[in-house]
Ligand binder design. Structure first.
Ligand code: FE2
Length: 230
């Protein structure tokens, strides 16, 4: 039994947005994902930290869910900025049950326990949202609230791992409100995705305020889930 994480699978099996067109690491990425995820065992746990499927609806994303569900291990899904199919936790759970997707679960205003380790997560916040001039204080506060709800649900855990889609720290940018929550609740590590190709060099990795930050976008780690712990 082991815990893994991977972000940005960007699957498009039910839509027409395959990532191969971007070239580079993305060429034949579905085969790479299948190979990378096949290495897991059925009792392993994998957190998928956002940008999971290009589907605009749950129905459009179904082939991508089926692809993930057929591969070994339980999967906890976190929302990314491109996961337009994302719905309420109840609707997603019902949809997964209806289609026999028993290995898919959602991290959304909750936390999951891996032994005594709490897995917390939400989409997070990114400087792009500010840069575009479209800073939406309401959405920002809602994300902070979701993160804190998730962290509160971790009460009693021996350690807390946080999974965000957006990096809370980036070259030239930090989101102090999110970083404060991570520190306040004693997160041990923070895994994030979203940064692709040339943006990889802007990722900030390693320890900061006692928290280990790590970029786990699929094209950064060769479409192979990152091993966290046994
Ligand atoms: Fe992405």
């Amino acid at each position: 039994m082991a815990l893994y994480v991977l972000a940005d699978t960007h699957l498009s099996l039910g839509t027409s947005k395959p990532m191969d067109v971007f070239g580079g690491a993305w060429v034949d990425y579905v085969s790479k994902l299948r190979q990378g995820l096949s290495a897991l065992k059925e009792d392993d746990v994998l957190v998928l930290a956002g940008d999971i499927s290009w589907g605009m609806t749950l129905e459009e994303a179904l082939p991508d869910f089926q692809f993930l569900n057929e591969l070994p291990g339980q999967k906890w899904l976190v929302k990314g900025n491109h996961d337009y199919w994302w719905s309420t936790a109840g609707k997603m759970a019902s949809f997964f049950t209806l289609h026999g997707l028993h290995k898919l679960h959602v991290l959304h205003n909750n936390c999951a326990f891996y032994g005594t380790t709490a897995l917390c997560g939400t989409r997070g916040w990114f400087f792009e949202e500010d840069k575009s001039g479209a800073h939406d204080e309401k959405v920002f506060r809602r994300e902070l609230g979701r993160l804190e709800t998730s962290l509160k649900a971790a009460a009693g855990a021996e350690e807390i791992l946080v999974f965000l889609h957006y990096p809370p720290r980036y070259q030239g940018y930090a989101c102090p409100e999110i970083l404060r929550l991570l520190e306040q609740y004693g997160a041990k590590a923070c895994y994030y995705g979203h940064l692709h190709a040339g943006s990889h060099r802007l990722a900030i990795q390693g320890a900061y305020a006692g928290i280990d930050f790590r970029l786990i976008a699929a094209d950064y780690i060769n479409f192979t889930p990152f091993f966290i712990k046994e």
